[in-house]
Design a protein around this ligand. Structure first.
Ligand code: AMP
Ligand code: MG
Length: 308
């Protein structure tokens, strides 16, 4: 029996954990450089926590047409594609609602408890209000609307980083995980890429946890159990129901989805949390294998997830 030795490096990026694995350990340094460059570019383009990001500038210029970089254009296109595919369950115009609920800075700086805040039920403006000319890379965000690319930009970074790292190594296979948003590129290991499905991306790799194997594309997990806080004793979290503008109150606390890319997996995992019960038929119609955990911890494996 042969033992496969991979090159692995752990780091932090985009406010979360990052892991890079290459099947050719001698390519690790080149792959890491490629990943770092992609991650930095995405942070410069799409961070909503940095006043100097390109996205912050677009939001400040709401009410005017703005020409954006190719990378931000790609991230905006991905978010609008998500909105179309999910009939608006994933909607980049949740920006103000996310902030109003209390998620207005890097998660590590958000106080876990605080005094009551005033929240009212208000449907978000809606993705159709964004005018985007993808060819010309010109975006128009109406005044009063804030774009949030949280549900797609990190996954896009994983997809782009995996492919850039693979190009840098020019052989073997690469896996990039950004806080549990995972993309792979190149030739997978013989037994596939083993991925542990945990609700918290910081959970240690543990023999007792459910593990699946993927060969291409990506996998993403969305959860309301980790990025959460309380205000005036009320539990709040980071996934917004666009129809109410408030944190989702629904059946699932965690959703993991496998798809042809990490972006598509992430669109579907966020959408599943928002859709609740109806996610099961939507996932099946889109042939997206998913693992859904309901509020009491019961696991539902649907749409071709192993053991479903
Ligand atoms: P994820 O953890 O991948 O499900 O992405 C959640 C992040 O996307 C949140 O932290 C928000 O920044 C943003 N977000 C929250 N709710 C939505 C929604 N309904 N549609 C699009 N983005 C959202
Ligand atoms: Mg995600």
């Amino acid at each position: 029996m042969s033992t496969t030795l991979f090159g692995i490096v752990d780091d932090r990026a985009l406010g979360t954990s990052m892991r890079l694995i290459v099947t050719r350990p001698d390519g690790l340094a080149a792959a890491k450089m490629a990943v770092d460059q992609v991650v930095k570019s995405i942070d410069d383009a799409a961070s909503r926590f940095r006043d100097d990001s390109e996205l912050s500038r677009v939001n400040r210029e709401a009410g005017r047409e703005v020409r954006v970089s190719p990378l931000l254009a790609q991230a905006i296109a991905a978010s609008l594609r998500g909105a179309r595919l999910t009939d608006g369950a994933v909607d980049p115009t949740v920006g103000s609602a996310v902030k109003l609920a209390g998620y207005d800075r890097d998660f590590a700086s958000i106080p876990p408890d605080g005094s009551p805040i005033n929240l009212s039920v208000t449907r978000v403006r809606g993705w159709q209000a964004i005018q985007f000319d993808e060819g010309a890379r010109v975006v128009f965000v109406p005044r009063g609307v804030e774009i949030d690319l949280g549900a797609t930009a990190k996954a896009l970074a994983a997809d782009l980083a995996a492919s850039a790292a693979h190009q840098a190594v020019r052989a073997g296979g690469v896996l990039v995980s950004l806080g549990g948003d995972i993309a792979v590129a190149g030739d997978p290991p013989f037994e596939g890429w083993a991925v542990q499905t945990s609700e918290d991306s910081n959970a240690p790799i543990n023999d007792g946890e459910e593990t699946i194997s993927i060969e291409s594309g990506g996998i993403a997990t969305s959860s309301i159990t980790v990025r959460r806080w309380t205000r005036g004793g009320v539990d709040l979290h980071h996934i917004i129901d666009p129809s109410t503008g408030l944190p989702v109150v629904g059946r699932w606390r965690t959703a993991s989805v496998v798809a042809a890319s990490c972006v598509d997996a992430n669109i579907a995992s966020t959408a599943a949390i928002v859709m609740g019960d109806s996610a099961i038929t939507w996932l099946a119609a889109n042939r997206l294998p998913a693992r859904l955990v309901d509020r009491d911890g019961t696991v539902h494996r649907v749409s071709g997830w192993p053991n479903s």
